[in-house]
Design a protein around this ligand. Structure first.
Ligand code: ADP
Ligand code: MG
Length: 294
């Protein structure tokens, strides 16, 4: 295995990554074009992009569900595009990078919550007494201990998604990719899952990639990567990305409502600083301006 560098804090690195789906003999349509990104271990990254922009394809390349057409991917310094990668190496990558998908119903396989959470580590050959500990710990982390013996299909969407997350945590991943994992949830479920994601990042140090449609979710990240038609279109802090309202619109994306409001007020001649992202900051900025004009 080749080693990229001694900068060990880069957990994911891609170099000129390209992927095209095989279209049954039709002309191949590239889904990822020349994407080069570096993601630091322990960071919380939001990935934004309109439908069909290539977000899920990128996620699947990172945990080896898909193999690149060309380009390189390094996980923890290891070249996972190396043809010498064995099947065991591939399973190790999938353990290191867990994926949580959109539909919670498709991710739960057992009839009892704790069995569901045990499923991943069982497949990894973890000894039963260790599995028990890991299941208890994972359920605790997602706040679902009280439901250990419940039937998953009776749970709310947010609870199901948290059980799915527990199943991933029980495999001790270093990174979790959430592929629109809150999209099918009601507001309460979304909040539960988002709080869980935040805790996993802050308290367990898990690297998070949150692929989302919701701007208010992207604002919570340390960094926002925007994908547009398979290309890395923007990459920066939430303030850097969301202050470029026109550029986001060109990629078919909205901005957070607070940012939109102040952008429109600025168009009318007000001078609010760019990059105000949350309702609280928006209220504070407006109040500050009002008190100055009194
Ligand atoms: P996103 O997750 O951002 O909505 P995807 O990664 O799913 O985007 O899709 C990127 C592009 O690849 C789209 O044009 C989509 O139609 C195409 N695509 C996705 N999955 C397949 C597939 N299994 N076969 C062929 N084309 C696909
Ligand atoms: Mg997708």
């Amino acid at each position: 295995m080749s080693n990229i560098s001694n900068i060990s804090n880069i957990f994911i690195k891609t170099e000129n990554l390209c992927f095209s789906y095989d279209n049954d003999g039709e002309e191949k349509v590239p889904a990822i074009k020349n994407a080069s990104i570096e993601i630091e271990a322990g960071s919380y990254v939001a990935v934004l992009g309109h439908n069909g922009s290539g977000k899920s394809t990128l996620a699947k390349l990172l945990n080896m569900i898909l193999l690149p057409t060309s380009g390189k991917i390094y996980i923890n310094g290891r070249d996972i595009t190396d043809p010498e990668m064995s099947e065991d190496d591939m399973f190790e990558v999938r353990r290191q990078i867990g994926m949580v998908f959109q539909n919670p119903d498709n991710q739960l396989v057992a009839t009892v919550v704790e069995e569901d959470v045990a499923f991943g580590p069982e497949n990894l050959g973890v000894p039963p007494e260790v599995i028990r500990e890991r299941v208890a710990e994972a359920l605790e982390t997602v706040g679902m201990t009280a439901y250990a013996r419940h039937a998953p299909h009776r749970l709310s969407g947010g609870q199901k998604q948290r059980v799915a997350i527990a199943g991933i945590i029980a495999m001790r991943p270093e990174c979790i990719i959430f592929d629109e994992s809150t999209a099918m949830l009601d507001p309460v479920g979304r909040k539960e899952v988002l709080q869980t994601i935040g805790r996993l990042n802050r308290e367990a140090g898990i690297t998070v990639l949150n692929i989302t449609h919701y701007m208010d979710e992207a604002v919570l990240a340390d960094r926002v990567i925007v994908i547009n038609d398979g290309e890395i279109y923007m990459d920066g802090t939430p303030v850097e990305v969301f202050s470029q309202v026109d550029k986001l619109r060109e990629a078919g994306l909205e901005v957070p409502q607070s940012t939109e409001l102040l952008f429109r007020l600025n168009a009318l001649g007000y001078e609010f600083a760019p990059g105000i992202l949350t309702t609280d900051d928006c209220v504070a900025a407006i109040l500050a301006k009002l008190s100055r004009t009194e």
